[in-house]
Every structure is written in structure tokens, then in C-alpha cells.
Design a protein around this ligand. Structure first.
Ligand SMILES: Nc1ncnc2c1ncn2[C@@H]1O[C@H](COP(=O)(O)OP(=O)(O)OP(=O)(O)O)[C@@H](O)[C@H]1O
Length: 304
């Protein structure tokens, strides 16, 4: 405990600081390389410096997940690492006798939560909280979890039920591009920033197979439609429509070719999120047919 005596540190405090410094040096210069510490509870002494140094060492070694007791710390690699999320890796974590003994991964959390549902006689809801600052990777992580459950929680036996499961999985995954088209925008911190919070429910039957999903959204940043910070953009859907509508649709939606819209700043920036076809396709899989889509896009275009 820190103590101040007349503005001076007491002797025991100075001694405490000295011993902390020694512990710190011993830890940082210790034999075990920092990047091998896969659980932050093993960091000793626990200070901001030791924790950050450990995470930095792991990041440099391309290791992006670290446990902190029962919490998982995910670092954003800011580069694609497909081999980290392959179906084979999903299966490895799903079939491991003790997934917590494998390297820390978002699939460990996914699998443990899944097993918690399975192991209980009466099913009990499980929740995973994904939190972090803008651009930390929350949307990415939620997508990974949904993909994981779409694989592990869909193993029906008959051909007919396999087809149903495929449809449910596909629908669940297709909800992402649709939600992102209408609720995400390019900000200074993240090209694909979610401008709303979401509570995603994945529903399982008693055989732990996925039977559906529900998404509740909250706190959508509606003001962005009319007002954006400089260098930021409006919601992706507006740019998707302007860039992806056919000549007929432009005519129908009153979108003149090359017209400039004051509510659409930075239209010259083209992002991978500007893919109208992906949104349309996903809407179709979700059961929103072409005429309904047309009505929706007409409403969106009329806002410009
Ligand atoms: N594990 C990962 N592997 C590869 N790229 C990643 C990973 N996590 C995040 N990213 C990259 O970082 C970007 C930002 O991540 P994401 O959109 O998930 O952040 P966020 O926390 O949801 O931000 P916001 O709160 O602004 O919505 C992603 O578009 C993606 O390019």
C-alpha cells in the first residue's frame, strides 16, 4: 500500500518500490521468453508494463490470443490469417478432450460455452461478452464465433435435416453482411465500424443443433445519416446503392448517374464493404425477396 508522509514516501514504501523494480527486472529478463506466457495470470508482478510487454511479445511472435484467467484477450492482427480460423482448426478445438489445454483461441471460448450447454441436464443459457474499443475486432470475433457454431452445432444425420441445417447456418451467417450494410460505416478508426450494439442469440434444440437465431440491435447512431465527422462516411448501404445500382434501378430510384449528394461525403473512397451484390444476395438468403428488396432500396435512395 502506498503511503505519503509529509509529501515524502515512507521508508517502507521506498523499499516496496525497490523490491517491485527488482521483481520487474527479474520477470522481464527471466529465462522463459515473454511470448510463451499464454495466461496473463502467470505474469508476476502484474503491472501495466509487464502485461503490455507480454502482449507485445506475443503479438510480435504472431500469437494473437492470450488467456487472462477465464477471460480471453484478443489482439487485432490487422492482417488476414486464414489458417487460424480454418475448418480444420474449428474441428481440432471441437473434438479436443480438453480444449482449454490447446493454445488460447476464440474457439476455446466457443467450445467451452457449447460444452456448458451440453453438459447440463436442464439447458442453461450461456453468454459471451465481446468488448473492446472501436477497431479492436469485436465484429470480427462475433463473426468467428457464429461461423464456429454454424459448423459445430450443425451435425444432423438425415439428408433432409442436413439441408435444413445448411439453410439455418447460411441464414445466420448472411445476417452479418445485411446488418453491416445498414448499420456500419467508415470512421477514422475503422473502415467497417459498427454504429450500433447488438445482442445475438443463437438458439439450439435439445440435441444442441442450431435451430435459429435472433438479433436485437440497440443505440444505432441515426444522426450519422445527416451528419458525419470530416473524413468519415455515411452508412455503407448508401454507397453500395450509388455504386451498384443498374441503369434501370437508378431511373426508378431517381439516382442520376454521377450526381453528388451532400449527405454522402467521401464517395470517391471505395471500400471492400461497398459490395451491393453481397448485400442483395444475403438479403435473398434471409428470405427478403426481390420486390421487397426493391422497396427497401427505394426508401434508402429517397433519403439522399
Ligand atoms: N482476428 C482478426 N484477423 C484479421 N483481421 C482482423 C481480426 N480482428 C479484426 N481484424 C481487422 O480489424 C478490422 C476492425 O475490426 P472490427 O470491425 O471487428 O472492430 P470492432 O471492434 O467491431 O470495431 P467497431 O467498434 O468500430 O465496430 C476488421 O475489419 C478486420 O480487418
Amino acid at each position: 500500500m502506498l503511503q505519503q508522509v509529509n509529501g515524502q514516501s515512507s521508508g517502507s514504501d521506498a523499499h516496496g518500490r525497490e523490491s517491485l523494480r527488482e521483481d520487474l527486472q527479474a520477470f522481464l529478463g527471466g529465462e522463459a521468453p515473454l511470448h510463451q506466457l499464454d495466461d496473463l495470470t502467470k505474469v508476476n508482478p502484474v503491472t501495466l508494463e509487464t502485461v503490455l510487454r507480454c502482449l507485445q511479445a506475443r503479438y510480435t511472435a504472431d500469437t494473437f490470443y492470450t488467456r487472462a484467467g477465464c477471460t480471453l484477450v484478443a489482439l487485432n492482427p490487422f492482417k488476414p490469417i486464414p489458417q487460424l480460423y480454418s475448418p480444420e482448426v474449428m474441428q481440432e478445438y471441437h473434438t479436443a478432450p480438453q480444449p482449454q489445454k490447446l493454445k488460447p483461441h476464440i474457439f476455446t471460448v466457443g467450445e467451452q460455452t457449447y460444452r456448458n450447454v451440453k453438459s447440463l441436464i436442464e439447458p442453461v443459457n450461456q453468454s459471451i461478452v465481446v468488448s473492446g474499443e472501436s477497431g479492436a475486432g469485436k465484429t470480427w470475433t462475433s463473426r468467428c464465433l457464429m461461423k464456429f457454431y454454424a459448423v459445430v452445432a450443425a451435425s444432423p444425420t438425415s439428408w433432409e435435416s442436413h439441408k435444413i441445417a445448411e439453410r439455418i447456418e447460411q441464414r445466420i451467417l448472411n445476417s452479418n453482411p445485411v446488418m453491416e450494410a445498414f448499420g456500419n460505416a467508415c470512421t477514422l478508426r475503422n473502415n467497417n465500424s459498427s454504429r450500433f450494439g447488438k445482442f445475438i442469440q443463437l438458439q439450439l434444440n435439445r440435441a444442441q443443433q442450431m435451430t435459429g437465431a435472433a438479433v436485437q440491435t440497440y443505440l444505432l447512431e441515426k444522426t450519422r445519416v445527416a451528419c458525419q465527422a470530416s473524413s468519415e462516411r455515411n452508412f455503407h448501404i448508401f454507397y453500395q446503392i450509388c455504386k451498384g445500382a443498374s441503369a434501370d434501378e437508378r431511373l426508378q430510384w431517381h439516382l442520376a448517374e454521377g450526381a453528388a449528394f451532400s449527405w454522402l461525403p467521401n464517395p470517391e473512397r471505395t471500400l471492400e464493404e461497398d459490395c451491393f451484390e453481397v448485400t442483395r444476395e444475403a438479403m435473398l438468403h434471409l428470405g427478403i425477396d426481390a420486390p421487397t428488396q426493391n422497396n427497401i432500396f427505394q426508401c434508402v435512395a429517397s433519403g439522399l
